[in-house]
Design a protein around this ligand. Structure first.
Ligand SMILES: Nc1ncnc2c1ncn2[C@@H]1O[C@H](COP(=O)(O)OP(=O)(O)OP(=O)(O)O)[C@@H](O)[C@H]1O
Length: 493
């Protein structure tokens, strides 16, 4: 065809179609453009063919998609999407996308998207992920289409990703998703996923490195008893026993004590130690229906955390809330209205006792004021094990000092016993009056002298004096239920 074109005396760039012909040299289009047919007729022919294909595609496209392809949809706020994104980014397939969502690095995506970093350090790193639009990639020799769709329903954005392959079987897509899951789980090993909820949907809010139990300093008697209890509960034999005896396989724990004594830290540590994710329920942002729905969606082995349960304002009567009004008016369950204070005590008790709660889950409630809790909530069966977190005694002060200045041994963070350090440990422990300070307060002082244990001791006396003065000036806090006056920091477990 090149030879044919070369025989023509016309200057290709001079005619109306010559520019196209130059671009298309050697292609079938070139054959049409360079034929002896009138040039304008050739262009008309091309547009005609183009319109024909377009019409066929418009008419037949949906049919082709419906009958000759398979699609799997993933919700953007579901963990399956996280799995897919992790895989896509790790395999560099996102390079094929031409539309990206840019965002400043959040802690939860620490290692991901790092190839796209535009800032030299890792502070406020800008990260990109495939966004509205579509791209194709190859997986095991098959083309897969990745399509993002955004629907606005009543002001809420519903973002979905569709994975499509040719053929009526979706097996290749399922294989891909199963590979994404394995990749994601391997990446999350030794990490504790933290899930929070929006309305009745769980979303992964982040993940933290598993916190070793040795980093939570507690009297060993209480700590060992708690860990042994959970270990026994999670044992396979226990599970079989519960099943055989038709007893709901769940266990409730109440961690009570003054602020900053390690209740949340212990919950995180337990989850890390037993390889569970944490599902945090905010009772002030749910109602009875959403709470039940959230429990139904929990995985088999997990730690459900109900923090500051005394402050959740649980009432025995259903409260009139925006959500309850809107549900009476016929709006869908989990409506988009605020759900403030919608959980009733009976709603919580029903959910904790519900048929759904049979699957090896640990429910941890934390409170500063256990005596404010309704007895029905903490009766055995709902709370099976109670741990009282106390302000630091001499042993705990010593443990905190060792924790900050000791040499961690390997990954366990277990500290080596060093005779010189032990002398300083005793000096510091003798400065701090027992049961006066929370672990958080003591750590805050030690961290100020993180590289200088002698400085922490030297300035310890002044620090203790100042803290005691501060505490004596603080107002007394009234316990809600029993009218007893309790100092902020006191425990009434
Ligand atoms: N027993 C402890 N061992 C080690 N660190 C602790 C301990 N208690 C508290 N901390 C440190 O103090 C900070 C606050 O602790 P944490 O949130 O676990 O306390 P809390 O008892 O849950 O407090 P609150 O009742 O206010 O929720 C954290 O940074 C934690 O690392």
């Amino acid at each position: 065809m090149d030879s044919l074109a070369s025989k023509r005396p016309v200057n290709r760039l001079a005619s109306p179609y010559s520019f196209l012909a130059t671009l298309a040299r050697g292609s079938p289009l070139d054959r049409v453009l360079t034929s002896e047919v009138n040039g304008y007729a050739s262009i008309a022919l091309i547009f005609g063919l183009f319109s024909l294909f377009r019409t066929l595609y418009r008419r037949g496209g949906p049919w082709i998609f419906k009958y000759l392809t398979s699609t799997i949809y993933l919700r953007h706020d579901d963990e399956a999407f996280e799995m897919l994104s992790a895989w896509i980014n790790a395999h560099g397939v996102d390079g094929l996308s031409r539309t990206f969502l840019a965002r400043v690095s959040s802690k939860r995506r620490d290692k991901r998207f790092s190839r796209h970093s535009v800032t030299p350090d890792r502070n406020k790193e800008v990260q990109y992920s495939p966004w509205e639009g579509s791209f194709m990639f190859w997986y095991k020799g098959r083309p897969i289409s990745y399509r993002t769709t955004v629907n606005e329903v009543d002001g809420d954005r519903d973002v979905q990703v569709a994975l499509t392959c040719f053929g009526r079987s979706s097996r290749i897509l399922k294989t891909l998703l199963s590979e994404c899951r394995e990749f994601y789980l391997a990446e999350s090993r030794h990490k504790t996923g933290i899930f929070k909820h929006r309305q009745d949907m769980w979303r992964k809010a982040g993940q933290k490195n598993a916190r070793p139990l040795t980093t939570v300093i507690l009297p060993s008697k209480e700590k060992d008893a708690l860990i042994n209890d959970i270990e026994t509960f999670l044992d396979e034999d226990t599970k079989i026993w519960y099943t055989e005896h038709a007893i709901p396989y769940q266990r409730g724990y109440l961690l009570c004590g003054p602020p900053g004594t390690g209740k949340s830290s212990m919950s995180l540590s337990i989850a890390g130690h037993f390889d569970m994710d944490i599902y945090v329920i905010n009772l002030t942002n749910a109602n009875d229906q959403t709470l039940e729905e959230l429990f139904l969606q929990l995985p088999d082995k997990c730690l459900v955390l109900l923090e500051d349960i005394d402050a959740a304002g649980l009432s025995r009567q259903p409260q009139v809330t925006f959500s309850s009004i809107s549900s009476k008016m016929g709006s869908a369950k989990g409506s988009s209205g605020p759900l403030t204070g919608g959980v009733t005590l009976s709603g919580l008790l029903n959910t904790l006792d519900g048929v759904s709660s049979q699957s090896g889950r640990i429910v941890v409630m934390t409170t500063n004021y256990a005596s404010d809790l309704d007895q029905a909530l903490i009766r055995p069966g709902r709370v099976d094990f109670k741990v009282e977190f106390q302000l630091a005694d001499k042993d705990v002060v010593a443990g905190l000092f060792r924790f900050v200045y000791g040499q961690p041994t390997g990954e366990s963070l277990e500290t080596k016993v060093d005779p010189d350090l032990e002398e300083q440990v005793n000096q510091f422990a003798s400065l701090v009056p027992a049961s006066s300070f929370s672990q958080a307060e003591i750590l805050s002082h030690l961290l100020q002298w993180r590289k200088d244990p002698a400085g922490a001791i030297e300035n310890g006396q002044t620090w203790v004096h100042r803290m005691l003065q501060d505490k004596s000036r603080r107002p007394l806090k009234t316990s809600i239920k029993d009218d007893s006056l309790t100092m902020e920091g006191d425990s009434d477990c």
